[in-house]
Design a protein around this ligand. Structure first.
Ligand code: F6R
Length: 242
């Protein structure tokens, strides 16, 4: 893993955003795997700004998001569909038909996951995948488990994830308990990965990911086996690294 440490979240946003801009400049019809959460917001702002400045165009880009809550209307501000439009897509020239998110309101979740896997394969696979990390080591919504997953699936969110994310909802009950997520196999099939983490709250998960054993107890540790991962950390997230 290529680990790079920065002073501020804004610097990470720019540096990681620049990897995405270069990817799009190198291959205008590339396939991007995207994440939600607080961490990537500065990076999405940077990409939106570069697009508005005319430096890069997302017109031919295809995107697949990592995950989506189950049974939350896409019109809800905390749906990942709404998040992605608010923080990135609405500030670029991407075409809506090239945007893909798992449908957390599908009647048949298995069929939805199967169709998503097929759509990713038909698009030629993900060229560049963005990842953040949960305090429990999750990537996407692959929670700590006894085995690594492969394709997309429906997951029961852990208490740790519910505690981290419920603060964004008006009431605790509104926070969904299930989500659809790409599997670890999907993430590992991406040709290149950009991983970002900021703040001391992520330090233990980052330590387990980089210096711990490869284990589904810390799903992010599988990234030790990927040949092209750039890890962007601030000092807080890097605090426990030797
Ligand atoms: C969301 C996702 C999650 C987040 C993680 C960190 O699409 O993939 O794994 O990256 O929960 O979230 P933040 O950035 O809010 O700390």
């Amino acid at each position: 893993m290529d680990v790079r440490i920065y002073q501020t979240a804004a610097e990470i946003g720019e540096a990681a955003g620049e990897v995405f801009v270069q990817q799009i400049l190198d291959k205008p019809d590339c396939v991007l795997g995207l994440a939600t959460g607080v961490t990537p917001i500065p990076m999405y702002t940077y990409i939106g700004n570069q697009c508005n400045a005319g430096r890069v165009s997302l017109k031919k880009v295809t995107t697949f998001n990592l995950d989506e809550y189950c049974n939350l209307p896409v019109t809800h501000r905390e749906s990942y569909y709404a998040f992605m439009h608010r923080n990135l897509f609405d500030h670029t020239d991407i075409l809506e038909e090239n945007v893909h998110l798992l449908n957390g309101n599908a009647d048949d979740f298995d069929a939805e996951c199967e169709a998503y896997e097929k759509a990713m394969a038909a698009a030629g696979g993900v060229d560049l995948q963005l990842l953040g990390i949960g305090t429990n080591g999750h990537i996407g919504f692959n929670e700590p488990s006894d085995e690594f997953s492969d394709g997309p699936f429906k997951v029961k969110l852990t208490e740790s994830t519910i505690t981290s994310n419920k603060i964004y909802f008006d009431t605790e009950d509104e926070m969904p308990r299930y989500a659809l997520t790409m599997g670890i196999g999907d993430i590992m099939r991406a040709k290149k990965i950009v991983f970002i983490a900021t703040g001391e709250g992520k330090a233990k998960a980052v330590y387990d990911m980089i210096e711990g054993p490869v284990s589904p107890k810390c799903p992010a540790s599988i990234l030790q086996n990927h040949k092209d991962v750039i890890v962007f950390l601030d000092k807080g997230a890097a605090k426990l690294l030797k």
